[in-house]
Design a protein around this ligand. Structure first.
Ligand code: HDD
Length: 716
């Protein structure tokens, strides 16, 4: 096929990238890319023959009589055959996800600790692909459910692919990989009726959590606001497992990897997340795409925590235990680089679905540790790709490294590479393709001394399961603590087996008596009278309120502007311009999606404003903020609309910034007429409950509204 728009676009991009690694990756993908939206292309069969009709099966037919369809129609059979086999098995977990391409830049070399080029060469720009995911739900489930989020990054480095297959929480439910199938089975829909979908709120999940006290720390994270992130762009990423770094002197260091979002960490409130799961199941997917296509590239600071070899036993916890963090107060995070996502995939299936991450993919200078979860993962990821993608999955364009690949792994189903040469083994008489030497960049294994008894046991420090669960809870703000209690109350309310909610209420007393008592009362468990163990009272930097941007911004925040006929054009245009200038994303919402006319405008003499959506099509849940311009007729219409009132009330209940000017203030006042809410003053700018109003339209009002919107994150 002639060079097409997409592949030539990719090539152009590559040329501008000037022979860089990113250019290399793009060029390699361009070779495998075809443009369907090309008017010069023609429909063909898979074997390349142009087709004149792909709508009618070849059949015996006359004007008034339809006879049998003919088996001889190879093209028809090929079309149906290909369709019949379109589906591949979804990931056994993390089935639902969204991905994007990006770049990694290192600011500070880590050569003191490692030889890895990607972590030592500050002149490099390393291309990468990131896939975010939920864990429990099927491929078609909703984005906003309460769950852990996957945060997997594939770095296409000059020395081979390096995958960090992490999550948005720094710990895990289990310590030993052999428990993984039990854990996942308990979280997935129950086996008898395949209920519930994408939920941890069921008997089996909480039964498992109780029976595995090692899960206590992790379920506190999962029940916190971290379980319902506002956006993939606003969550932390953690490698979770302990890896190692190896420097040029052959010294080894233990390491944990961190990604901290420059936009800060933000979450939904639970009611919002619940509603969005029905109102817009693709909310996170669309959010990522909207930001990237608008040029607001999400960025994370990349950091490492490092413990030198020999100091690994200096901690009260085992540094190889994935249910433990390394508190930042004990092991500071050194931020040394930046990850940016800047390009959406061209096609979901071949890129986001077929990307295959492996914890075993490390590059020279980076190694594993004896973390027993990581050791098992190193088998599982390689293995699972076989059933999902087949033997030659590493040859798929999205999985191919940017550096040369050559070895004697051959053949297998769907092999693409054609390897020239007369031998396919090593050593061979030509000394063809010999193994690399250390100075040529070979991967060097750390010569680790190992001694001990072969046993099915865990070492002593792995037996302590509650200290860091308390540390996490103690570190939360009062609002975050109340969200945790509400979350347990919701989840355990969905468990109808008293054994499950009774025991879990008791378990919570191992963390905090007050939490256990409030949850037990809500879910009908017997109320614990004394703490299961004393609280050590320690805290760490674990509240998400401590991970806020240095410069608060409303960039990428979605602001709904509610208007009806007769709206105040000055206020409307002012806010739209101000939001765009601040790189926020304004959406106009009206009672209908056909033109709405400003005060003084006539249908026919003016085109009016065509809203992006109508009040029934989109709900307040899909926006970060609501603004109501004045205009007597517009506001009168909105005040009569139950839906418009509900919009404002719901936004208020979800702690969103609300702004109104002129008569728009009256809609806010109507909506605020709720028991217990005192809302006053329509004369000047008011700042109460995150609501900003100004009854007179003046430029300062917009500034105030923007200021409030900037602070919106603080209310969430
Ligand atoms: Fe896993 C997928 C993260 C423990 C076995 N895992 C998967 C993905 C992420 C994680 C982000 C999705 C990757 C993608 O987007 O394609 N998993 C984790 C983390 C863990 C963890 C942070 C704890 C530190 N996982 C874990 C264990 C095992 C697995 C202990 C097995 C022993 N994980 C898998 C898997 C998956 C997977 C079955 C399913 C699809 C895939 O690998 O490619 O192999």
């Amino acid at each position: 096929m002639a060079s097409t728009a997409i592949s030539s676009g990719l090539q152009q991009l590559q040329e501008t990238l000037n022979g860089s690694l990113e250019g290399h990756k793009l060029a390699s993908m361009a070779k495998d890319t075809k443009d369907y939206n090309n008017p010069n292309a023609r429909l063909t069969t898979d074997y390349g023959v142009k087709q004149e009709n792909t709508d009618d099966w070849l059949k015996v037919v006359t004007d008034d009589k339809t006879g049998p369809s003919l088996l001889e129609d190879h093209a028809a059979r090929e079309k149906i055959h290909r369709f019949d086999h379109e589906r591949i098995p979804e990931r056994v977990i993390h089935a639902r996800g969204a991905g994007a391409f990006g770049t990694f830049k290192l600011h500070k070399s880590l050569e003191e600790y490692t030889t890895a080029g990607v972590l030592t060469d500050t002149s490099r720009s390393t291309p990468l692909f990131t896939r975010f995911s939920t864990v429990v739900g099927s491929r078609g489930s909703a984005d906003t459910v309460r769950d852990v989020r996957g945060f997997a990054v594939k770095f296409y480095t000059e020395e081979g692919n390096w995958d960090i297959v992490g999550n948005n929480m720094p710990v895990f439910f289990i310590q030993d990989a052999i428990k993984f199938p039990d854990m996942v089975h308990s979280a997935k829909p129950e086996p008898n009726n395949e209920v519930p979908q994408a939920q941890s709120a069921h008997n089996n999940f909480w039964d498992f959590q109780y029976l595995h006290s090692e899960a206590t720390h992790m379920f506190m994270w999962q029940q916190s606001d971290r379980g319902i992130p506002r956006s993939y762009r606003m969550m932390q990423g953690f490698g979770v497992n302990t890896y190692t770094l190896l420097n040029a002197k052959g010294e080894r260091f233990f390491v944990k990897f961190h990604f901290t979002p420059q936009l800060g960490v933000h979450s939904f409130v639970w009611d919002e997340a619940l509603k969005l799961a029905g109102q817009d199941p693709d909310f996170h997917r669309k959010d990522l795409e909207e930001a990237i296509t608008n040029g607001s590239y999400p960025k994370w600071d990349f950091g490492v925590q490092i413990i030198p070899d020999g100091q690994e036993h200096d901690f009260e916890f085992d540094i190889l235990d994935a249910t433990k963090i390394w508190p930042e107060e004990q092991v500071p995070v050194q931020y040394v680089g930046e990850l940016e996502l800047n390009r959406m995939p061209d096609e979901y299936f071949t890129q986001t679905e077929q990307v295959a991450f492996c914890t075993g993919h490390v590059v020279p200078g980076i190694g594993f540790s004896d973390d027993p979860l990581l050791q098992g993962r190193n088998f599982s990821y390689l293995d699972t790709q076989l059933s999902r993608l087949g033997t030659n999955w590493q040859e798929l364009p999205i999985n191919k490294p940017v550096c040369p690949v050559m070895n004697n792994n051959r053949d297998g189903q769907l092999r693409h590479t054609i390897t020239k040469g007369t031998v396919n083994y090593w050593p061979n008489r030509y000394e063809a393709t010999p193994p690399a030497k250390k100075e040529e960049g070979a991967y060097i294994d750390y010569p680790q001394q190992v001694a001990g008894m072969k046993q099915r046991l865990r070492s002593k420090k792995f037996q302590e399961h509650f200290s860091q669960a308390q540390l996490f809870y103690n570190s939360q703000t009062e609002a975050e603590k109340s969200h945790i209690a509400a979350s347990f109350s919701f989840e355990l309310d969905h468990c109808d087996d008293p054994v499950v909610y009774e025991r879990m209420s008791q378990r919570l007393a191992d963390i905090d008596l007050g939490l256990a008592q409030s949850v037990a009362e809500m879910v009908g468990g017997s109320v614990p009278q004394k703490a299961g163990r004393p609280n050590h009272g320690k805290t760490s930097r674990l509240s998400q309120t401590q991970f806020q941007p240095k410069n608060p911004t409303i960039e990428t925040r979605r602001v709904a502007i509610l208007i009806a006929d007769g709206f105040d054009a000055v206020a409307y245009n002012g806010i739209v311009a101000a939001l765009k200038a601040a790189k926020a994303v304004p959406y106009t919402i009206g009672p209908r999606r056909s033109a709405i006319y400003a005060a003084g405008e006539q249908k026919g003499s003016s085109k009016g404003v065509t809203p992006d959506h109508h009040l029934e099509g989109m709900r307040s849940t899909m926006f970060d903020s609501v603004f109501i311009p004045g205009g007597a007729d517009s506001v009168a219409t909105l005040r009569k609309s139950g839906r418009a009132l509900h919009w404002v009330r719901e936004a208020f209940a979800h702690l969103k910034a609300i702004g109104a000017v002129g008569e728009g203030v009256d809609l806010v006042r109507d909506a605020a007429a709720l028991p217990g809410v005192e809302f006053s003053s329509s004369e000047s700018v008011v700042d109460s409950y995150g609501v900003v109003t100004a009854s007179r339209t003046k430029p300062e009002s917009f500034k105030e509204v923007l200021k409030m919107a900037k602070g919106a994150a603080d209310f969430v």
